[in-house]
Design a protein around this ligand. Structure first.
Ligand code: FPP
Length: 248
């Protein structure tokens, strides 16, 4: 499925898809494998999905790789994930750059291991002008923290006399978010049967179509993505207006 499946309408594809990659641990457990095996397979799936977005003409994706709450996992798993992120960046950077992927990270990166911060910095700098697909990775990301941080930044501008409180509006707040300049996701996909947002992109998902599937992340291949896109194309996105048939 390198080209867009025939039953998908190229003109109605989401322009930005957000993913909550859930179920790596359960996938491994079902196979009697350590949790880390699930994260490894999840990484392979992610790599192909980035390529799939390119192949099918979806220009942006954002994935939740590590939340502010994930630090509460056993140290062994946290260390494994940090090393995995770093290894993937080193291993895949050249290829992603060549394929025109523009990498960006969302979240407070300061508590991450310094070598990982270095790899992230290098990856973002190298790929910043690429235009084929925008790939956002949320790491140590929490949406409430993002909103608090954005309010603090606006409050500081008010305190310094650069901004009047009555001039604060949605566009200004949006500019303070990690996703400043990005279009909001059109579609959110969460795998593994859980049906919640888990402090992910709360502002950005205001009008996003939600798709929940029982499929575990390490099994979420192109066929599963195709199903999600078919479901998306059946939705009537109204943004608070009347259904299209009624407003005609
Ligand atoms: C959730 O499944 C998954 C994570 C917290 C980690 C996701 C990370 C990857 C897929 C690797 C991505 C790599 C890069 C470079 C961005 P879970 O562990 O919560 O699964 P469970 O709910 O079944 O236990």
């Amino acid at each position: 499925m390198k080209t867009l499946p025939l039953d998908l309408d190229r003109d109605r594809l989401p322009q930005h898809v957000a993913f909550i990659m859930d179920g790596n641990g359960r996938w491994a457990k079902q196979r009697g494998l350590p949790r880390m095996a699930g994260h490894r397979q999840g990484t392979r799936i992610l790599k192909d999905l980035v390529r799939c977005c390119q192949d099918w003409g979806i220009p942006a994706l954002t994935v939740y790789a590590f939340s502010t709450e994930n630090w509460q996992r056993p140290l062994k798993e946290v260390s494994f994930l940090m090393k995995l992120f770093e290894r993937v960046l080193h291993k895949e950077l050249a290829e992603m750059h060549q394929e025109g992927v523009c990498l960006n990270f969302l979240g407070d990166l300061s508590p991450l291991p310094e070598t990982l911060q270095g790899a992230i910095h290098q990856a973002c700098e190298t790929t910043q002008h690429n235009q084929a697909v925008k790939f956002n990775v949320a790491v140590n990301y929490g949406s409430r923290h993002e909103l608090v941080r954005s309010c603090q930044s606006l409050a500081q501008q008010v305190q310094q006399g650069q901004l009047a409180p009555e001039d604060i509006n949605e566009a200004l707040l949006q500019q303070q978010l990690y996703t400043a300049g990005d279009r909001d996701p059109d579609l959110l996909i969460r795998t593994s049967g859980e049906q919640r947002l888990s402090n992910y992109l709360l502002w950005q998902l205001a009008y996003t179509e939600l798709y929940f599937t029982d499929c575990l992340w390490p099994d979420f291949d192109r066929t599963a993505f195709h199903q999600a896109l078919l479901s998306f194309q059946q939705r009537d996105r109204r943004f608070g207006k009347l259904p299209t048939v009624m407003s005609a």
